[in-house]
Design a protein around this ligand. Sequence first.
Ligand code: ADP
Ligand code: MG
Length: 431
Amino acid sequence: MAAVRAEGLYKVFGRRADVAVRQLKEGASRDDVAKLGATAAVIDASFEVQPGEIFVVMGLSGSGKSTLIRMLNGLWEATDGHVYIDGMDIANISDARLRQVRKEKISMVFQHFALLPHRTVVQNAAYALDIQGVDKEERLTRAQEALELVGLRGWEDKYPSQLSGGMKQRVGLARALAAGSDIMLMDEAFSALDPLIRREMQDQLVQLQSSLNKTIIFITHDLNEAMRLGDRIAVMRDGRIVQIGTAEEVLNDPANDYVAQFVADVDRTRVLTAANVMEPAQYVVNAEAGPREAQHTMRERQASAAFAVGRRDRKLHGVVHDKDVVNAVKRGDQSIAAIIDPNVGSVHQDTYLADLFAPSAESPLPLAVIDDEKRLVGVVPRVTLLSAMASFVEVIHTGEHPPVNTGSPEDAENEPTPDEVVVVPPRGGTA
Ligand SMILES: Nc1ncnc2c1ncn2[C@@H]1O[C@H](COP(=O)(O)OP(=O)(O)O)[C@@H](O)[C@H]1O
Ligand SMILES: [Mg+2]
């Protein structure tokens, strides 16, 4: 069962929201309904997030990301559609039950995480547990553990004013972790941090996730961050989800120009791997064969060199060259074992394209691509590598729209007050 499921979600702010939704369903645009005095912040969003997944929602400022995430935890009531948390439709439960679900199952981390200035780091980390009514001893133990997870051991008794921005954000993360909820919603959680600290936090989140296995919905306007974190990425534009896919799918096959623009400035050579661009190996001989068999295969294929691969296990032994094969035939050798050159350029299938250029330049043959068992799984000819690069450049230069500005951090206006983070405000009061 999906941990979180959105089904035909709409959020319309302003007047005549229901009329606006009906018109949107009949094909009206966001601009059309704006004439009614309605702002369509989220339009017909549907997706499922599986337990343990990091699902990234990416889009420019104003595209509806924060509105979407606030409907997921019931902070805002959907104008239409459904949100299911562990299969439970949160629109159709009592307010008391909703509060309980939010307290137990969901925690949130925001861009400007509001720490309580007069409480220590450990008290801040324990804050959600405080609200949950967990007793003091357990509260502090769990907060302590969470602080350790985010690398803040030894800082328990400091005050927020003594921390750097990155450390404050870690306290926010610790607070969410201490709460022990399975679902974490993170709205631009790292966006206010300096690039290096931000990168560090991303790595840490991925690392934490590998042991904690939370369900994380992470919002960002930064594609590189989305690529680094997301098992899958949903791209939002003007209230609509325009594409959902893995980083690779979004890069390789952008659903439209908007997505293409977004992905244009990503360094794909650090996202795509050898396995993504490799081709079947053409020139392969059986490593256990005799030289006549090898010669025959190579003649047929007009190859001057070939990979020698185990017949059964497909393991890469090395490479044989035509003149050595000819000499071995002349000598009457029984096997090609002695003429296999083990110094063959090979790379693991998970190697990033960026790291293929040097070995490719050194190797006269196509680069051999191997798996964990050292089996030959494909080759990357130099021309493939170059054309893979060229097609990236093409995407960058063919976009018709002016480049989108992805750099602007969001204004803090829409960020919730500290109370909103853990104390439940009235539902649906904002529309
Ligand atoms: N409380 C609100 N009242 C009216 N309009 C809102 C409100 N919150 C957000 N909006 C509008 O909804 C749209 C989406 O906003 P938001 O979800 O904050 O986008 P993002 O998080 O992607 O920047 C914007 O046009 C924004 O102005
Ligand atoms: Mg936002």
